[in-house]
Design a protein around this ligand. Structure first.
Ligand code: AP5
Length: 189
């Protein structure tokens, strides 16, 4: 049976790191997923059209432009078959407030069986953002990061109620990456 899994987490929580670790662990068992980064689909379109030059500019685009890119990315992703992981966001923090990352037109295209939220303590996320010099991260305090994680939990509950998908929380704590990868691996088996 094909599986369709959405994996989310606030920027810098380490979702991509945990996904990569889990996929390596599943390979010898013959379990394969097509990992899709939603932001990369949006960025490829936006950069070809000369709208942005780095992925961190996307959340500052006008809301209608972000929504249009989001719709087009969802349309492309909806056509991909097999076991699929979509690495994305329940919500995106924009200058005008939270933009839903998984509105109906995205969820209806992805048709998830499971929604996984990668989380950890806010101060750890703040520390990772400060260390990651490859990205232009929004600077915010740990209270704001806590609010964002809480908001994402509310969104995940609403999606589960509407679609019947399961919701799993994976904690990715400092010095405990292996544990997070193991939890993610089990969820993807
Ligand atoms: P995206 O590329 O998903 O941006 P992001 O959230 O910033 O994702 P990252 O991959 O940078 O963070 P991550 O949490 O995966 O962390 P990482 O593994 O790198 O999206 C880009 C943009 O696309 C969005 O901003 C938005 O504009 C747009 N977009 C996406 N989906 C959308 C949607 N549905 N609708 C509308 N717009 C959308 O790790 C971070 C750091 O932490 C690394 O340095 C890593 O080494 C370290 N680390 C990880 N785990 C640990 C650990 N256990 N201990 C210590 N350090 C750790």
């Amino acid at each position: 049976m094909e599986r369709r899994v959405i994996i989310t987490g606030v920027p810098g929580v380490g979702k991509t790191t945990v996904i990569e670790g889990a996929l390596k662990r599943l390979e010898p068992e013959g379990i394969r997923y097509n990992p899709i980064n939603f932001g990369t689909f949006m960025f490829d379109m936006a950069s070809k059209e000369g709208i942005v030059s780095d992925r961190d500019q996307m959340r500052r685009l006008d809301r209608p432009v972000q929504k249009e890119l989001q719709k087009r990315a969802a349309e492309l992703i909806s056509r991909i078959g097999g076991n699929v992981i979509v690495d994305t966001h329940c919500s995106i923090k924009t200058p005008n407030g939270y933009l839903p990352g998984l509105p109906d037109w995205v969820i209806d295209g992805i048709r998830p069986d499971t929604l996984i939220l990668v989380e950890t303590d806010e101060d750890q996320i703040l520390g990772r953002r400060l260390k990651d010099l490859t990205r232009i991260r929004d600077m915010e305090g740990s209270g704001a990061i806590a609010e964002h994680q809480q908001f994402n939990r509310s969104i995940s509950a609403a999606i589960a109620t509407r679609t019947g998908c399961t919701v799993k929380f994976v904690r990715n704590q400092n010095h405990l990456l292996e544990q997070a990868i193991e939890e993610m691996t089990s969820a993807l088996r």
